[in-house]
Write a protein that binds this ligand. Structure first.
Ligand SMILES: NC(=O)c1ccc[n+]([C@@H]2O[C@H](COP(=O)([O-])OP(=O)(O)OC[C@H]3O[C@@H](n4cnc5c(N)ncnc54)[C@H](O)[C@@H]3O)[C@@H](O)[C@H]2O)c1
Ligand SMILES: O=C(O)[C@H](O)COP(=O)(O)O
Length: 540
């Protein structure tokens, strides 16, 4: 029966996202049918109920994806954050549970940077106050006198996507741009014509306008508190269109009341949607309700990107913007995608053909790959092995953790090849010295997955459907007996491959069958004369 995947959407999304999920482009089509439950601005109690049988959650900043929610989500495999900040998602727990978290970095950058500049201009020219007064019939040309941006210094904390766009815009207003971001290279500062400050203190001491553009995390929460605000020049102003809590709100209120800081423009708050009342009502503060990403253009880009991420994740592909798989970024090419599927298949096969206690798994790769691509193959192999050998839900996200928990070691080795060979050898070693199995696989023509060996036996068989792995004595009549037994049990053979180590010695056969096979049928095979073993390998 076709599986149905439930996608719960709890925030407002652009129509393009729903269009792409409902009418999937052929290259992203998923085999499951999708049940989309779209509840923009969903209340918490509804989310907690709906999440129980949800497979994919698409959310915006108002949905806290915390431990309470995750623990109720028994079927969840993807959390898709339709924006950048994921401070509201318990990523550690999601990782532990094997849930992939994705986001859409860069897609709302321009909108957030434009809003930041809008807030800055509105603040220094008192535009909201002048508008209110004038639209109410007033005409106060002297009351609404402001200050210019030209020649003032803006201090940017976090020169990432939004930060460097703000830097560019500020340059357009002839501002001096200084920035503090210890995590990026000198080059980024140079390219964005921002003077690098090595400490936050240096930056604070020199800026008239302080604008924060860092993520909210343990390190940045409260990074601008009373001490830091007092390190700024008297008469400075503060912008926060990043996250509430980066600038401590009570401290900001204090310096505003003292008149030490003369203005603040804020889009993001500690307690959304009910921010600190005294702060938002302060006469020198202008506020917006977290609308940095709220433009038609940003929402289109986000909607399109998030739908593609979800479809890729459902297809088992590695997504473009994984949050909790930092060591695997883009799945570079289609070739790598096909190779990673081979890696998953060969290890899933290997997991089903031994009877000893495994201790070490080893993948030998004959190809020319970079470190990142090798990591993809490693994760695919672990995932393939564990998805047979573990009761837990295994994904690229938690595969390594589960492996560690099971006390298994993984080794990976690459044998560089002068020609473009794509071959894999997957080995499982037991604790005893003689316990070992190996399975070889190859990509013919760069795309067709074939099993090429099991231990010393050579094959060329498709790694698809269910397979029977049989060992027998190399004597006449075995193939005939097996063929008629399977026919009697209504099993159709798609491919039969026999390999032997020497004439009259041991033989191994692989039988690829159409459809599913009952385990009793395989058990019956073992009773045939000259059969040593027969086992079913499934889920390929
Ligand atoms: N108001 C909105 O609607 C809106 C829209 C977009 C982004 N945002 C928020 O803006 C912030 C920046 O977004 P982005 O897309 O530019 O992210 P980004 O990841 O591209 O940039 C963040 C930068 O902060 C730097 N950084 C991290 N920790 C730091 C620290 N302790 N000190 C100094 N620098 C540090 C990083 O090195 C990085 O360069 C995030 O909080 C994001 O959630 C808000
Ligand atoms: O983190 C972000 O990208 C912004 O805060 C926008 O988030 P939202 O559009 O989901 O509120």
């Amino acid at each position: 029966m076709e599986k149905t995947v439930k996608i719960l959407i709890t925030g407002k999304l652009h129509d393009i996202a729903l269009k792409l999920l409902n009418n999937q482009p052929s290259e992203l089509a998923v085999s499951e049918s999708l049940k989309i439950v779209y509840i923009p601005d969903a209340p918490r109690d509804i989310i907690l109920k709906e999440i129980e049988d949800t497979h994919v959650l698409i959310s915006r900043s108002e949905t806290d994806v915390d431990a309470e929610l995750l623990r109720k989500a028994k079927k969840l495999s993807v959390v898709a954050r339709a924006a950048v900040g994921y401070g509201n998602i318990d990523c550690d727990l999601a990782t532990e549970m094997g849930i992939l978290v994705v986001n859409t970095p860069g897609k709302n950058t321009n909108s957030a940077a434009e809003l930041t500049m809008g807030l800055l201009l509105a603040l220094v020219r008192k535009i909201p106050q002048a508008h209110m007064s004038t639209s109410a019939g007033g005409w106060n040309r002297h009351k609404f006198s402001g200050t210019e941006l030209g020649d003032k210094t803006i201090g940017i904390v976090g020169l990432g996507n939004v930060g460097h766009r703000v830097a560019k815009f500020a340059k357009g207003f002839d501002m001096r741009v200084i920035a503090y971001d210890p995590y990026i290279s000198e080059d980024v500062f140079r390219k964005n014509q921002a003077e690098r400050k090595n400490t936050l203190e240096e930056l604070l001491a020199e800026c008239d306008v302080l604008s924060v553009h860092v993520p909210l995390n343990k390190e940045t929460k409260g990074m601008i508190s009373l001490v830091e605000l007092k390190k700024m020049r008297k008469g400075g102003i503060i912008l926060n269109a990043a996250r509430g809590g980066i600038v401590a709100e009570r401290a900001l209120l204090e310096v505003l009341n003292e008149g030490y800081i003369v203005g603040a423009a804020i889009d993001t708050f500690d307690n959304e949607p009910k921010p600190l009342q005294e702060l938002i009502a302060h006469p020198n503060v202008i506020v917006t309700p977290h609308i940095g990403a709220s433009t038609a253009e940003a929402q289109y880009r986000i909607g399109e990107t998030i739908a593609i991420q979800v479809l890729k994740a459902l297809r088992g592909e590695i997504v473009d913007y994984p949050v909790n798989l930092p060591h695997v970024s883009l799945l570079g090419s289609n070739d790598l995608k096909v190779f990673s599927v081979l890696s998953e298949k060969v290890s899933r096969f290997g997991a089903q053909i031994f009877d000893f206690q495994p201790a070490i798994l080893k993948l030998t790769v004959k190809a020319n790959l970079n470190k990142e691509d090798l990591q993809v193959l490693k994760l695919s192999a672990i995932k393939g092995f564990l998805s047979h050998a573990s009761e837990e839900f295994v994904s690229y996200v938690n595969a390594e953790k589960i492996l560690q928990r099971k006390g298994l070691e993984f080794e990976i080795e690459m044998t560089p090849s002068s020609s473009a060979k794509n071959e894999l050898l997957f080995e499982v070693y037991g604790k005893g010295t003689s316990e070992k199995i190996s399975v070889g696989a190859v990509l013919y023509d760069g795309k067709f997955a074939r099993l090429s060996s099991i231990n010393d036996f050579l094959f060329e068989i498709e790694l698809d459907n269910d397979l029977i792995v049989m060992q027998n004595h190399d004597r006449p009549g075995v193939i005939g007996d097996v063929g008629s037994y399977l026919a009697k049990n209504n099993v159709n053979i798609a491919q039969f491959e026999l390999s032997r180590n020497r004439r009259g010695g041991m033989a191994m056969s692989l039988i690829r069958i159409d459809g599913d096979l009952e385990s009793e049928v395989v058990a019956g095979l073992r009773k045939l004369p000259n059969l040593i073993s027969a086992r079913l390998v499934s889920g390929l």
